[in-house]
Design a protein around this ligand. Structure first.
Ligand code: PLP
Length: 394
């Protein structure tokens, strides 16, 4: 069986029906049916058929799905226009009103809003627990629990959920488990190894890797992918041909990018931990991270995501220092998103200020002096030098 780096280049090549070495952009909404009525029926009714109508499928989307299924060690995969489309369509394919979901407090803000503003008014019950407490997940299970939904590492405090525990708990209770694997990427973590059933990604982040597209992916067995596909053609968030082509291009260098990002982040985190202006560094690759040994058990690399707490005499002063630091950095752009080749930094308390209550921020570990860093592939010497000059005047 081919190795991961080879799969990134060659898997699903058969979905390119042309002689072009690079899979073309299939910029077409629809495809000729030919003269065979049987073949037309097959095209119209087969899940993910790549040459019928764009909302049903597209050759580049099929090639990406083949690659992602290999990376995540699932039977199949399906691509979407955004990560939120992958998440919402998948969950809506699993639960109905009256069902119960167990999830964690710390979730991507869009996912949190989907639970709060959509699923709960829709009649689905949701219990949120502390993700680092395995027993809390077990205790929250009810008779009508349909789904355990987790995210690890989570955003922005970089806490981990124990994948082996959740995978086994789901199997024991006959409850479906879904994990958002965006922060780790399949290079660093494959939740299927731990018995998790369904893996979702915002492909906007590491998978695309160049901050030039939005996309989402869900990886699961064939049965679930077909079920989710049937919902997806109704909800309609299909990935456009050009974004699909960009995603396929980005995927080719996924392993190279993530390895360089892992190395850069480790060095930057170790450096930051020694700086007097920084009160705390959250990085799962540091022995000081409270879940470092769990990180070593379930991840092969420790990602490019670091969060730090800037020092201050009080919360307000820490807030001002955090703002000052962001403004003084030259290489780290103050921008949302993550996982691209360029380093980014955000102030979570400002970014999510509007749709998180103070209690929610606390439960997600968001403090006023916290900054979240997405380390890119620039040279580490320059990244450290940038922090060095920016922290000088704090
Ligand atoms: C960005 C992100 C999402 C949402 O993805 P979009 O592509 O922006 O819709 C979901 N989960 C995590 C962890 C993310 O970082």
């Amino acid at each position: 069986m081919a190795k991961l780096e080879t799969n990134l280049i060659h898997e699903g090549e058969h979905f390119n029906p042309t002689r072009s070495v690079v899979t073309p952009i299939f910029q077409s909404a629809t495809y000729h049916a030919g003269n065979d009525p049987e073949a037309y029926i097959t095209a119209a009714t087969s899940p993910k058929y790549p040459e019928f109508y764009h909302r049903h499928g597209n050759p580049t989307n099929s090639q990406i799905a083949a690659i992602l299924a290999k990376l995540e060690k699932t039977e199949d995969a399906l691509v979407f226009a955004t990560g939120m489309a992958a998440i919402s369509t998948s969950i809506l394919s699993i639960v109905k009103p009256g069902d119960h979901i167990v999830t964690q407090h710390s979730l991507y803000s869009g996912t949190s809003l989907f639970f709060k503003e959509f699923l709960i008014p829709f009649g689905v019950q949701v219990t949120q627990v502390e993700q680092t407490d395995n027993e809390a997940f077990r205790a929250a299970i009810q008779e009508h629990t349909k789904l355990i939904y987790i995210e690890t590492p989570s955003n922005p405090n970089l806490a981990l959920t124990d994948l082996a525990y959740i995978g086994a708990l789901g199997k024991e209770k006959g409850i479906l488990t879904v994990v958002d694997n965006t922060f780790a990427s399949p290079i660093n973590q494959t939740p299927a190894d731990f018995g998790v059933d369904i893996i979702v990604h915002s492909a906007t982040k590491y998978l695309g890797g160049h901050s030039d597209l939005t996309a989402g992916v869900v990886c699961a067995d064939t049965k679930w992918i077909e079920t989710i596909w049937r919902r997806s053609i109704i909800l309609g968030a299909s990935l456009s041909p050009f974004d699909s082509w960009l995603l396929l291009r980005g995927l080719k260098t996924l392993s190279l990018r993530v390895q360089q990002i892992n190395r850069n982040a480790q060095q930057l985190a170790e450096w930051l931990e020694k700086q007097p202006a920084i009160a705390k560094v959250n990085y799962i690759g540091l022995p000081s991270h409270p879940q470092h040994s769990l990180a070593q058990r379930q991840l092969r690399g420790f990602t490019g995501m670091i969060s730090i707490e800037v020092k201050g005499q009080d919360e307000e002063n820490a807030f001002q220092n955090a703002q000052k630091l962001i403004n003084a950095l030259q290489l780290f752009a103050n921008a949302a998103s993550l996982g691209g080749v360029e380093s980014l930094i955000v102030h979570p308390a400002s970014m999510w200020g509007s749709h998180h209550s103070d209690d929610q921020k606390k439960a997600s570990g968001i403090t006023k002096g916290m900054l979240r860093i997405s380390v890119g592939i620039e040279h580490i010497t320059d990244l450290i030098a940038d922090f060095e000059q920016a922290t000088q005047n704090l």
